[in-house]
Write a protein that binds this ligand. Structure first.
Ligand SMILES: C[S@@+](CC[C@H](N)C(=O)[O-])C[C@H]1O[C@@H](n2cnc3c(N)ncnc32)[C@H](O)[C@@H]1O
Ligand SMILES: [Zn+2]
Ligand SMILES: [Zn+2]
Ligand SMILES: [Zn+2]
Ligand SMILES: [Zn+2]
Ligand SMILES: [Zn+2]
Ligand SMILES: [Zn+2]
Length: 519
């Protein structure tokens, strides 16, 4: 039985793609592409030797074609050096920023270059934003078009309300320094505000910011592999990490949702380690704010279990469904949330934006999130009011109804039991493709209880799961088709429940229907 279980578990694992980043401390060095050390991708069941090295930041072959099968890796792949030095940018920035008169500053959107008057003739037929006013130079996210290529930058900017919430929260938590990793709008917002006290450093793959911020506040950076494109910027960033004893540093990140969380998690750990090292203190994780949708929570919690989800709904200005206003806005508001290791009881959510304090949970939650006395929590994740299902033993989305056949709460509309079960994991055998009532292991367990096989002393005895007779397995059972048909009709009989209680959603250790059912 144990062996069979192990064998079945493999199916679960079979399609799992592993992503592994370079670990220079362990001497595990990967070849580099233009975007820094590559990632080793492989399927867990096939092993790393059948994997390949690919770009960490770009998932589109057109944007970065690097691809070397692990089996073909040799010394020549390590010889390549990329010159991504930013010397040229530096002199252009100097000219652009130090030139004094605002009226002479322009930005060519066709070339993605900051330019001054003398450069204008070269860009005469380009899309040039002329005579940038001072506040545009202080906050370039006010005019730079977001790079919303979903396969790469996926640049979505926070709306004013979310920015204000972050500013207030940083103030409440007495944060004095912030690393904005993939959060340029927040960095620009904080840096351009005269009243703001928080010192900010931007790390982003979007190099356009190089014209507006010098090395003491911006580094061109890849957060998927902790790679700095420029050595001088890296040195300045290290200086930024050095803190006085009364300073508090927080890492804020809003990666594209397509980013593998293992990579971001590993980078966050590396930055925390670096911080402790530079400040010569014992290792301690830095406070983290990680912006991500609620329906991907399981992926964050797998890599950084200390992060908890706050109910605060975060809005973007240039994303139709990740906002609470606009034509395709969802009824329950934006699905984007804040994940943090800051204790949720000190993370105040604004009452005037429909949040409340739940004294039973000892944290702020959304107004619509009703505390459940059975589950002992405020269970809603998606912005609607959940209802408790007694059969599942926990709270579920209001649009769900309990299907007795599937033994789960599922979407009311368009539910088709056999289609649905194809994607479910059985709580008993943990195999994908059926639920408990169709579980062959369940049947075997029940039958063993009812009619214990006579010669069960030996573990090695073959027992047919279908007819429960000794001496053959279910593949060679001559009554196979009869039993399989019968199994399909086998309901949740009294008999089964009396002999063994089938596990429910709750007893299977699920804390929420969202955690395993797709959004
Ligand atoms: C979803 S946007 C977040 C912007 C944020 N909401 C704001 O308003 O400040 C993602 C950001 O991550 C940056 N980015 C994407 N891939 C990156 C990578 N591999 N390394 C560093 N930054 C990256 C993009 O350029 C973009 O600025
Ligand atoms: Zn141009
Ligand atoms: Zn509560
Ligand atoms: Zn409940
Ligand atoms: Zn249910
Ligand atoms: Zn069903
Ligand atoms: Zn099963």
């Amino acid at each position: 039985m144990k062996q069979e279980l192990e064998f079945l578990d493999r199916e679960d694992v079979q399609n799992r793609l592993v992503v592994k980043c370079e670990d220079d401390e362990e001497g595990d060095i990967h070849p580099q592409c233009v975007h820094g050390p590559t990632i080793l991708f492989y399927y867990e069941d096939k092993g790393p030797e059948h994997g390949y090295y690919g770009c960490s930041a770009y998932r589109d072959k057109k944007l970065c074609p690097f691809n070397v099968p692990a089996s073909e890796l040799n010394v020549k792949h390590f010889r390549r050096q990329y010159d991504t030095s930013t010397v040229l940018y530096r002199s252009a920035r100097k000219e652009f920023l130090e030139d004094g008169e605002d009226t002479q500053k322009h930005y060519c959107l066709s070339c993605n270059k900051a330019i001054v008057n003398d450069d204008l003739p070269k860009h005469f037929d380009h899309n040039v934003k002329q005579n940038l006013p001072k506040h545009y130079i202080q906050d370039p996210t006010l005019f730079l078009p977001p790079l919303n290529n979903d396969k790469a930058q996926a640049q979505y900017f926070f709306d004013e309300k979310s920015l204000q919430f972050f500013e207030n929260t940083l103030h409440d938590l007495k944060i004095s320094k912030i690393i904005c990793m993939g959060a340029p709008r927040l960095h620009c917002y904080l840096s351009s505000k005269p009243s703001n006290q928080v010192k900010s450093y931007l790390l982003d793959l979007d190099h356009r910011f190089i014209y507006f911020y010098d090395d003491t506040s911006f580094a061109w950076y890849n957060m998927c592999n902790n790679h700095f494109f420029d050595e001088l910027q890296k040195q300045e960033f290290f200086k930024f990490l050095k803190c006085q004893s009364d300073e508090r540093l927080l890492i804020f990140t809003d990666p594209p949702f397509g980013c593998r969380t293992e990579l971001i998690g590993s980078t966050l750990n590396k930055l925390s380690k670096l911080y402790s090292k530079i400040n010569q203190i014992p290792y301690q994780p830095l406070p983290i704010f990680w912006v991500f949708p609620y329906f991907l929570a399981q992926y964050i919690q797998k890599v950084l279990p200390s992060l908890q989800m706050s109910d605060y709904k975060i809005n973007y200005t240039n994303h139709d469904s990740y906002t609470d206003i606009g034509k395709s806005a969802r009824k329950q508001g934006s699905p984007v949330r804040l994940f943090t290791n800051v204790p949720l009881d000190i993370l105040k959510l604004p009452v005037k934006e429909q949040y409340k304090y739940c004294s039973k949970c000892q944290k702020y939650t959304a107004l619509e999130n009703r505390h459940c006395e059975i589950c002992k929590c405020c269970p809603s994740k998606n912005g609607s009011t959940y209802v408790h299902c007694n059969q599942c033993g926990l709270c579920v989305k209001p649009s769900y109804v309990h299907c007795r056949n599937c033994r789960r709460c599922t979407q009311k509309e368009g539910h088709n039991c056999s289609e649905y079960q194809k994607h479910q994991t059985c709580y008993i055998c943990r195999n994908v493709g059926h639920t408990e009532k169709r579980c062959l292991f369940w049947r075997k367990k029940v039958l063993h209880q009812m009619f214990p096989p006579k010669e069960t002393d030996s573990e090695n005895i073959i027992v047919c799961i279908l007819c429960n007779k000794i001496g053959h397995n279910e593949l060679s059972c001559d009554q196979r088709s009869f039993y399989l048909k019968e199994l399909t009709f086998m309901g949740e009989t009294q008999l089964c429940e009396n002999v063994y209680r089938m596990p429910t959603l709750k007893s299977a250790g699920k804390t929420s229907v969202n955690s395993f059912q797709a959004f």
